[in-house]
Design a protein around this ligand. Structure first.
Ligand SMILES: Cc1cc2nc3c(=O)[nH]c(=O)nc-3n(C[C@H](O)[C@H](O)[C@H](O)COP(=O)(O)OP(=O)(O)OC[C@H]3O[C@@H](n4cnc5c(N)ncnc54)[C@H](O)[C@@H]3O)c2cc1C
Ligand code: SF4
Length: 488
């Protein structure tokens, strides 16, 4: 039986009422939460294979059965883009995997990516009714990944409605999740979209930042293929603001620009010794390895430290330290100035890092790097910290413990203490308002001070998340379409 989109997604559809009546809430709640099958830790540090192997069909259907199909599903309010979560989960329960994908793809353009990298425990899963019952939340992220992968591997194509060509060209600067979701939505609306990317690979952080053991390139490439099929053009090795200026784009007939250039400028702490050989940013380290093939026979070199310290507690720090283990580090350490409870990284990354033998030196802050006569880093002076009063963000601030300084030996340091927006585009377009933090100033419609220029993702938010960047791309497409439809 073929169903229309409304019936696929509606809680009142007859099939869904029937599913709800099949089992009581009590019985559902007695089903244990599924465990993600994963590679053994000793094996996975020897390669770059994806750690999480994905749920089997049986596991996914059982996990979907746990979902109570709540009348007022709070999980949806925890999703930054409001995906119809019970809607796709119940389609998994009835084994209509293509329909499950249809439901979330009406809101999310990168479900296989988001199912792998979203911090679900802080978003949708944190609001699941099961938490109130003191039971583990429904594994929403695992299920999203399952349905997206099943669709991709079965080659199920979703019917995409594409408007008549408008003959209007729009440009995108940057090919991360913000740029990609904008490009897809504008192409569906009938625009001629060209995405300009500074690097030689499309995908932004999804390609150069997040390692393959967490997000395989083939998953990102499949999303790119769908965009190409929609008619999106990609232009690599093109730096907007340098290779092509904003005026060049206008002269080439582009009627709108979406700036999605991300926040790829690394921050350092400004402590002595940061210029020593062997001290580098996460951005440089991961780009060399993920994008340039360093350590895998590529032309780009990268130091392969035996004792590697990664400074920071976010996803970037976890990706760097786990990469260092895979590059052969015998001692791979996270150095973080707060305690583990305050770490911003996804809980799963912290757990996986520990399984892989990463050491966590929490409540420690580097105050100086020391080097040898050739200028190579050899050790770090670490200041012991304790937690003081909560700061403006609600997190307890770290305070130095007087006189508690220790020295540890290292031969490589990777600094992962945050990022800033790349200043090139903000500085190169005259009349574009920029905040003190260097982000592009936009209104609620993501329109900048120049009416033809819209912006979203990390260039507006500072370092944020994939789902927020993707959501911005969607919102900006809607806004630019409205603006261009009214003005052209
Ligand atoms: C290592 C790492 C791990 C992360 N892990 C997670 C995670 O697990 N979960 C999560 O939700 N978020 C994670 N994040 C954050 C997330 O990836 C970002 O918030 C998101 O990618 C931002 O998307 P974006 O499209 O705004 O920018 P980006 O993904 O940064 O893409 C911007 C693109 O613009 C290009 N560009 C820059 N300047 C120009 C120019 N002048 N002309 C043309 N192109 C330009 C860049 O080369 C880049 O390809 C991680 C980030 C990093 C660095
Ligand atoms: S809150 Fe949990 S149980 Fe309720 S609909 Fe959402 S995922 Fe299902």
């Amino acid at each position: 039986m073929t169903m229309n989109e409304k019936d696929i997604a509606s809680r009142d559809a007859a099939w869904r009422v029937e599913l709800r009546n099949e089992m009581s809430a009590k019985e559902r709640s007695l089903i244990p939460r599924v465990k993600m099958p994963m590679l053994d830790a000793a094996y996975r540090v020897s390669c770059n294979d994806e750690v999480n192997q994905g749920l089997s069909e049986e596991q996914a259907v059982t996990e979907a059965t746990r979902c109570l199909d709540c009348p007022d599903p709070q999980c949806v309010t925890g999703c930054p883009v409001g995906i119809n979560i019970p809607g796709f989960i119940k389609n998994i329960q009835r084994k209509a995997f293509g329909d499950a994908a249809t439901v979330f793809m009406s809101t999310s353009s990168l479900p296989a990516v988001c199912g792998r990298v979203c911090p679900q425990e802080k978003q949708c899963e944190s609001r699941c009714i099961y938490n109130k019952m003191r039971k583990p939340a429904v594994a929403i992220g695992y299920l999203e990944r399952f349905a997206a992968d099943t669709r991709r591997m079965a080659g199920i194509k979703l019917e995409v409605e594409k408007a008549e060509p408008k003959g209007v060209k729009v440009a995108v600067a940057g090919s991360g999740p913000a740029g990609l979701s904008f490009a897809g939505d504008m192409a569906k609306r009938g625009y001629e979209v060209t995405v300009f990317e500074a690097l030689h690979e499309i995908g932004g952080v999804l390609k150069y930042g997040i390692p393959e053991f967490r997000l395989p390139n083939e998953v990102v490439d499949a999303e790119l293929d769908s965009l190409r099929e929609l008619g999106v053009e990609f232009c690599k090795d093109t730096v907007i603001g340098k290779t092509l200026s904003y005026d060049d784009l206008l002269n080439q007939g582009f009627r709108g620009l979406f700036v999605a250039s991300g926040a790829g400028l690394p921050k350092f702490m400004g402590i002595p010794g940061e210029n020593l050989i062997g001290v580098m940013s996460s951005n440089e380290y991961l780009t060399r390895i993920n994008l340039m093939g360093a350590g895998r026979g590529g032309m780009t070199p990268v130091a392969q430290g035996r004792r590697v310290a990664v400074v920071g507690g976010g996803n970037t720090a976890m990706d760097s330290v786990r990469t260092a283990r895979r590059m052969g580090a015998e001692r791979a350490m996270i150095i973080y100035r707060r305690s583990e409870a305050e770490m911003p990284a996804r809980a799963e990354e912290i757990e996986h890092a520990k399984q892989e033998g990463v050491e966590f030196l929490t409540l420690c802050n580097p105050i100086e790097y020391k080097g040898d006569e050739q200028g190579h880093v050899t050790s770090i002076l670490l200041q012991r910290m304790e937690l003081g009063e909560p700061g403006p963000d609600g997190r307890r601030s770290p305070v130095p413990v007087e006189g508690a300084v220790e020295q540890i030996d290292v031969d490589e340091v990777i600094v992962s203490v945050g990022v800033s927006p790349n200043p090139l585009i903000p500085n190169s377009i005259e009349g574009l308002d920029v905040t003190r933090r260097g982000t592009i100033e936009v209104n609620d419609n993501l329109q900048s001070s120049l009416p033809m220029v819209f912006a979203g993702g990390d260039i507006v938010r500072g370092g944020a998340t994939v789902i927020l960047a993707m959501g911005d791309g969607r919102r900006a497409a809607e806004s630019m379409d409205k603006y261009l439809s009214a003005t052209l």
